[in-house]
Design a protein. Sequence first.
Length: 427
Amino acid sequence: MPDTKRLEVENQKLQSAINELSILNDIATAISSTQSVENVINQIIYKCIWHLHVEEAAISLLDQIEEDQKFHTMIRRQDHTHQRVPFKLDDRVTGWMIKNQKPLLINNTHEDDLFRFFKKDELLFKTILCVPLMIKGKLTGYLAVFNKKNDEKFTTEDQKLLSIIASQSVQVIENARLYEEEKILARLREEMRLAYEIQLNLLPKKLPQIVGFEFVATSIPAEDVGGDYYDFIQLENGEFGFCVGDVTGKGMPAAMLMANLQATLRSQVLTGNFCAECLENVNKLLFRSTEPTKFATLFYGILDPLTGSITYANGGHDSPILLKKGHPPVMLDATGLLLGVMENVLYKQSNVVLETGDILMLYTDGITESMNIKMEELGLKALLSTLEKYQNDSADNILDKVKERIRQHAGNVPQSDDITLMIIKKT
């Protein structure tokens, strides 16, 4: 080979190596930045158009969530000197890429079997080079370039360069995607923190201070926010309203329904209605404002501090436990239908009187249904046993003993449902 020819070949190899280093440097710069997925892909696409001298380039990512595993084109860009409708790959090409997961190089699409179903006026690109985007042996998308300029054909050197670009780009894209997911997760965490604070503010800031009575209550959500609810409401006639409720589900949807339940109940309580009427109106309003799959349980009572009399009605909630000295525990009756299931429901109203030493405990099913490692529930029997064992203690201590009993039963098993407990004791 003549020296000039050999020198020309060496120069071409050198220029090719320079091009490769240049584009890899550009991609490395993108890797070190914290840009959005779209911006990173934009940079890669423009570098492909520039270095490979093509009319158009595109990156499509595989949606791993969908069962049919469709490709979704993230970015498609054209060389500004070519104004035409963007090229698109049909399902046959993307299906070929999923099946073969290797580069596709075609320099005459009009005569290739893969494109035989296209009419010539529909096939706007003559040459195509497409390489897979792989991470740890898994296909995540593809990088495609169309139509070499000046009617040139794609070469094995082009395929090598685009494969190098793809191998570097896939990590860039993955880094950018993970960075965006981290930002979204951080935002969600902040929103959940704010939701938790809002829900705490919806619960009573202080317990009633009434001579002759002890009041304690706690609510422990299974997630950051929950659907359990308790409340104490000072009434104008000196009486106290109190309630414990439980709405369907957990997390944010349950918390939103809980806030709706609280606002609805308080609006009815302030009208001066009796317990049964309050539940009937709350039920009707919830039925009209919630989906058919959403409902709530609610026990609502009114305490007269002067007489110890409690008037109450129950909308499908676990029956509260009344413990009188020297007597076995009694489950308060008057249980009606869940709230929000049917529009027009009548509720029964009943009455009980607390005497010195009597205890009334309200709770949600997160306590009795607390699971241990053997998938065994704590059950009502254990709750009654704990209440009887410590009935002579203060309301505060009884609450602590019940929480301790739940912890002993559950062990290291994560809490699966919201837990709420209220104790009223006549001292």
